[in-house]
Ligand binder design. Sequence first.
Ligand code: NAP
Length: 347
Amino acid sequence: MGSGRNVAVFGAYGHTGRFVVAELRERGYVPLLLGRDQDKLLALAQAQPGLETRQASVDDPASLDRALDGAAAVVNCAGPFATTAAPLVEAALRAGIPYVDVAAEIEANVDTFTNFAERARAAGTVVLPAMAFYGGLGDLLVTTAMGDWTAADEAHIAYGLSSWHPTAGTLASGTVSGQRRGGRRVRYAGGRLEYHDDALPTLEWPFPAPLGPQSVIGEFTMADVVTVPSHLAIPEVRTYMAAKAAADLSAGDASALTAVDELGRSAQTFVVDVLVRSGGAERRVAATGQDIYAISAPLAVEAVDRILTGRTRTTGVVSAGAVFDAPDFLRALSSHLSVDVPLDTRG
Ligand SMILES: NC(=O)c1ccc[n+]([C@@H]2O[C@H](COP(=O)([O-])OP(=O)(O)OC[C@H]3O[C@@H](n4cnc5c(N)ncnc54)[C@H](OP(=O)(O)O)[C@@H]3O)[C@@H](O)[C@H]2O)c1
């Protein structure tokens, strides 16, 4: 197998990184196991025989350059991304290879769009932040729901999670984002990110059957407020979280994350219900699946595969909905995700 199949995974031994490594192998790629801790890399290599490990640190650009040598692309799974994204994007640009990450941190994703847009475009390469459950999937669903609309008044993305036992990485990323906001809250309204101190509303969201209406926290703002407006003219983008999952996240018990199947997925199920409104018209699409961390792997790896096989629409720092054919992308994930729109009519 040639080096065109080598894909570097930074943070390979993390919870999400392991799913990405397994998915790359499943798809016939050769993952290069990258991370800052050599012992953890070696432990992963024992569980994944035949794979190369490369220790690298975001504080040491030369180590990143060595680690990316011969890679066709890099997937960054090491968060908080406030620390890791910029050094890895820089290294990918030096290596002349595409960069994909799974960042859910709103401010870190904004930084990637802001700081690398020109250089990524000039290099003719793809830099794709938030290519995961939060950020990437919501954007693919909103883009699909939009169909032939080029603008809308509002987009609403409601997360119907059965539970949310966060990983240590999720908790650390939430802490960093909270610090960057000075403890304030954020929402996307009037065409921009708005920082505020208002209490978050609790309301009922009409999820499709079989989940049905659920109590959700409104303005529970996720990375979709960066990815969606990066390419769609929608001045109000709002995200909602099932109240039960929000309570789990606040409890922050990483030890409760237990695998229940041979793929290593937890019992957590999700519905992502998307509604877009333009004038008096509404369009809707919903996706269901199991385990928000596990589903991030096929999302990121499908993105890598499309980039490496030239199935992209643009270059630069991009979101999934801008760079890929969104309905086609979702169709390709049908063994991982059920999407309830007639996708073949929304091409
Ligand atoms: N957008 C989404 O939907 C989505 C989905 C999945 C994950 N994520 C994000 O992805 C990140 C990882 O999540 P996870 O579930 O995999 O967490 P995890 O199991 O705790 O793994 C975190 C990984 O990041 C590495 N890491 C952290 N800081 C690092 C640094 N400065 N340099 C190098 N490596 C560093 C850790 O390495 P050490 O063990 O050496 O510290 C570990 O490999 C989090 O930010 C999470 O929010 C987002």
